[in-house]
Design a protein around this ligand. Structure first.
Ligand code: ADP
Ligand code: MG
Length: 309
């Protein structure tokens, strides 16, 4: 396997940092994402794994250009997306880089028939209207939806899994390069999940799409991804080839994740705001013992954050 280089990347994230400021009188800073580096390559799935609040969604939003970075760069096909300024450049970017989120019902307007998401693609991106019906039927069939039982329906007449398939069909219609799938299937039941996962893998491999699969579920990450990014408190602490990380985790946070594997089918409890204190302590000791090392490769395609300074 070749070493990933920025040459074959479609998107490079370089030193990405996002600080949120809140509070009117006393400004409070939250460092949501700090000095994050990774590459996305066509035809590969990258999973981004970490507990609630670790900064996963913020990375997704930065790539989707929904929010602006505090510092760092996102390079898409050789151009920093911060420099996309004119309408056409932005339109092209929003056409090629798309997100699908956790709650499909929230994406659809309940007052309109689901066909509207396809009509909007044609009107917003200037596609040939004459081919619309044929093309829409074709993409619906490729996500295993029966056009005759789907088109003309209102969102509440379809299941969550069917709505997610519709959103995936839309990305096919637009010939998307990069799909950000944020907790995509966590709302779906087990049998629907596997169908959506297989569909994503299939699309990625057959169309050369690049997928950032955001999840808090280690098993899903292993099942679906070629590369893995482990996130802890806004930083990527371990990244590289999925098999290598799962077989040989090095960072204490990653090790902790794997130690709790019997519990991993259990979803992260969103009310558990804080990590167990012993984990926080172990990470602190690990960084102290390795001070000054920063990121180091432990083997080919496997990098670990040994210290945070
Ligand atoms: N718009 C915002 N304003 C202030 N803080 C935010 C905002 N969005 C996210 N955060 C904070 O940034 C951190 C990372 O959040 P997020 O990226 O949503 O994490 P995750 O998706 O991993 O659960 C959290 O501490 C969260 O509270
Ligand atoms: Mg999130």
């Amino acid at each position: 396997m070749s070493v990933p280089s920025s040459n074959d990347s479609i998107l490079s994230v370089r030193g990405l940092t996002k600080v949120f400021y809140s509070g009117v009188f006393r400004r409070q800073a939250t460092v949501a994402v700090k000095d994050v580096w990774f590459e996305m390559k066509p035809g590969t799935i990258l999973s981004l794994i970490g507990e609630s609040g670790s900064g996963k969604t913020t990375i997704g939003k930065l790539i989707l250009k929904l929010i602006q970075p505090t510092s760092g760069q996102i390079i898409y096909k050789g151009t920093d997306i911060a420099h996309l300024k004119n309408k056409e450049q932005l339109r092209d970017y929003y056409r090629k880089v798309q997100g699908v989120f956790q709650d499909p019902f929230a994406t659809f307007n309940p007052l309109y028939r689901v066909d509207r998401i396809f009509n909007m693609v044609y009107s917003s991106f200037g596609l040939d209207q004459g081919k619309k019906d044929e093309q829409v039927r074709e993409v619906l069939e490729s996500v295993n939806l029966d056009p005759d039982r789907t088109l003309g329906k209102f969102p509440h007449q379809l299941s969550g899994g069917q709505l997610q398939r519709l959103l995936i069909a839309r990305t096919l219609l637009m010939d998307v390069d990069i799909l950000i799938a944020d907790e995509l299937i966590s709302m779906l039941d087990a049998s629907t999940r596997i169908g959506i996962l297989n569909l994503l893998v299939d699309i990625c491999k057959s169309r050369g799409m690049s997928i950032l699969f955001i999840t808090h579920d280690l098993n899903l990450g292993y099942y679906i991804s070629d590369y893995t990014l482990i996130m802890y408190k806004g930083r990527l602490v371990e990244k590289g080839d999925t098999k290598k990380i799962y077989e040989n985790p090095v960072h204490p946070y990653t090790k902790m994740l794997f130690e709790s594997v019997p519990d991993i089918h259990r979803k992260w409890d969103r009310s558990e705001e804080f990590l167990p204190e012993h984990v926080v302590q172990e990470v602190r000791e690990f960084y102290a013992a390795n001070e000054g090392r920063g990121f180091e490769d432990v083997e080919e395609e496997h990098t670990v954050l040994f210290s945070d300074r």
